[in-house]
Design a protein around this ligand. Sequence first.
Ligand code: PGA
Length: 275
Amino acid sequence: MDKHKRFIKMAGDKKLIIGNWKMNLNIGEASLFLHKLSKIVKTHRDVEVVLAPTTLALQPLSLQVNLKQFKLAAQNFYWRDSGTYTGEVSASQLRGIVQYALVGHSERRHVFNENDKDIRSKVAAAVRNGIRPVLCIGETAWEHASNETHDVLHDQLTGGLANITSEELEQVVIAYEPVWAISAGQDSKPVNVSPTDVISAIKAVRSQIEHLYGKKAAESIQVLYGGSVTSDSVADYLAISGVDGLLVGGASLNANTFNEILEKAHKGSKVAKKG
Ligand code: PGA
């Protein structure tokens, strides 16, 4: 097994927890927050922790972070490597600064009108630059109510992965986030999605991956759940078969809450190994 494949295999055995800070915290605040987290978060071999701060803070945080404790993710980037694209940041400029990048988060799709064509180019750009893309997919409230979840997941997966070979898929992470469950801010109430809905969506994701890339790929790809995850719900979501980790928004902005989530992810995977 070559070095790259071994890394992917190891990553597959771990729970992957990503904290998406969205458009919160300036550079100084992000640096202080990382400092605080680094004091309280214990490193566990079975949990990979990724932080996604504002793009501005990525470079200073990349100098501050202990990569054994936390990895860094970009929240967004442009898919061309360089050129006349005023205001954009490319995956090639992020190379060496981040290890992961979110792609097609629902806020990018719905607030900034990103479509599957943009998203597939970004997935490919991340892979080309040695960055693991976290392809975010999920249905809106209306699509959910109209029983269109599986169709939406099918289209977003097929569209987002159109430029990706089987070998490249080993670098890709999928995050299933029902758009209607993503919290609208710090004061909004968490939306608890029923395990039945999550199980059915995760199954649909893996079965579409199987259709596109085969059984082995469907079993080994990391699939995360996201949307209103709190320290109270973390264990329930991680207990769902096929959920390999979490994408956490609001709850990742409180150091103690985020640490609780990480500790529960660690304890949960210990229980799962024993069982
Ligand atoms: P939330 O955000 O945990 O605040 O719902 C999740 C996300 O948008 O990734």
